[in-house]
Write a protein that binds this ligand. Structure first.
Ligand SMILES: Nc1ncnc2c1ncn2[C@@H]1O[C@H](COP(=O)(O)OP(=O)(O)OP(=O)(O)O)[C@@H](O)[C@H]1O
Length: 198
């Protein structure tokens, strides 16, 4: 199983390419880092790779087929700000199961407490909320996780717990992870390969 971007280009408007002629491949169970200066297009690339934006040129394929247009998205994106990623009018239990069933071992590893499930999003801390976003992204149909500064705003202990959980589940299920981060130490610790955007 491979997630592959071939010769892709993207622009928000006609005056400027954010990136062009870009190739990227990640295999099942691989953990690949992406780094690069602020504004070089990492988040845009993450959005294209996970189907939130349509590339203007080239192809994005999963197992040699285009990403599915409907149904569960096997390439899941988690970004830095969990409060922007949840419906404020849903209790956490509903948020968590938005994409389907979530495995109990993952919730334990992430330290999600039972009592949080009946709360509203604004009744949780940023770190608690991000644990839900990570769990939600790791539904049983997930094959690749794109982590765009996923733990940047969290303290070291929460960061370590979340990554421990994600790496363990990824190892068990052969999920590939793209780690987009400004934190060199994190990339060095997690990734077997690093791509630098310029
Ligand atoms: N919706 C948008 N419309 C127009 N331009 C945008 C939009 N989103 C981002 N951009 C521009 O695209 C460029 C790439 O932005 P992007 O967020 O992908 O960079 P990044 O590498 O992730 O940056 P950072 O490391 O600061 O998060 C920037 O110049 C940004 O201003």
């Amino acid at each position: 199983m491979q997630l592959e971007a071939k010769n892709i280009g993207f622009s928000y408007d006609k005056s400027r390419w954010i990136f062009r002629n870009l190739d990227f491949t990640i295999g099942a169970g691989e953990i690949v880092g992406i780094r690069g200066r602020s504004g070089c297009g990492k988040t845009t690339f993450a959005r294209v790779l996970s189907g939130y934006e349509q590339q203007k040129e080239g192809t994005v394929t999963l197992k040699n087929s285009p990403l599915p247009k409907r149904g569960y998205q096997p390439v899941q994106l988690v970004f830095q700000h969990p409060e922007k990623a949840v419906n404020p009018k849903w209790r956490m239990e509903k948020v968590l199961h938005e994409g389907g069933k979530i495995d109990g071992q993952l919730l334990d590893l992430l330290g999600v407490k039972q009592e949080w499930l009946t709360r509203w999003p604004n009744e949780l801390s940023g770190g608690e909320l991000q644990r839900f976003c990570v769990a939600r992204a790791l539904g049983t149909g997930t094959r690749f996780l794109i982590a765009d500064e996923m733990t940047t705003m969290l303290d070291a202990i929460t960061q370590a717990q979340i990554w421990h959980a994600v790496v363990e589940i990824a190892r068990q299920r052969k999920i590939g992870i793209v780690v987009i981060s400004h934190e060199e130490a994190l990339i060095r610790r997690l990734c077997t390969r690093v791509v630098t955007f310029s």
